[in-house]
Design a protein around this ligand. Structure first.
Ligand code: ZN
Ligand code: ZN
Length: 177
């Protein structure tokens, strides 16, 4: 199932970034929230409950789940459902670049989850895709395609896109089976 990964203990700059994001989102800072968000920020891919639980074994399950719910509600992380029935969490596409603490960055924090994902069919890892890469052009293509198919004006509200394939690590990995 999951590839065994070594997730490093959160370096302090990720904790600082996490604390800053919580502050910008107007969410009360707790050690659990900071730790969970810092762990998500460190990863370029989404982490499942199990992986988070294994990485943060000192947090009890309820505390971990509450922290995840809080981060998700605040728009600092998002929950990704998958056809393997396990939820994964990511903060990558939610992350505003903290250049300054102006209003622009706090608006970015509340940007809704609107981006695609890549799921590796081999190692089951899930990655968030940069949202600006497929925003308007793809939306127009899909709108046109729906128009062609239905001959009626359907309006797109949200695109739930998952691309499946093999990730770079799996493409280059030798065959195990
Ligand atoms: Zn893979
Ligand atoms: Zn995502």
């Amino acid at each position: 199932m999951f590839q065994q990964t070594n997730i490093a203990v959160s370096p302090s700059n990720f904790s600082e970034q996490a604390a800053e994001l919580l502050r910008l989102a107007d969410v009360r800072t707790t050690p659990a929230r900071v730790t969970v968000l810092a762990t998500l920020l460190m990863q370029p891919r989404a982490l499942s409950h199990l992986e988070l639980h294994e990485t943060l074994a000192y947090l009890d399950r309820v505390t971990l789940y509450r922290a995840l719910d809080c981060l998700t509600e605040a728009g600092l992380a998002h929950k990704i459902s998958s056809d393997d029935r396990s939820f994964r969490y990511s903060a990558s596409a939610n992350t505003p670049l903290i250049k300054d603490s102006s209003e622009a960055s706090s608006q970015h924090v509340s940007t809704p989850h609107q981006h695609g994902h890549f799921k590796c069919n081999r190692c089951a890892r899930v990655f968030c895709l940069e949202q600006n890469l497929y925003s308007s052009a793809l939306q127009q293509q899909l709108q046109a395609s729906m128009q062609l198919t239905t001959h009626r004006d359907f309006k797109i509200q949200e695109i739930d896109l998952t691309i499946k394939g093999w990730c770079a690590d799996c493409v280059t990995a030798p065959n195990e089976n």
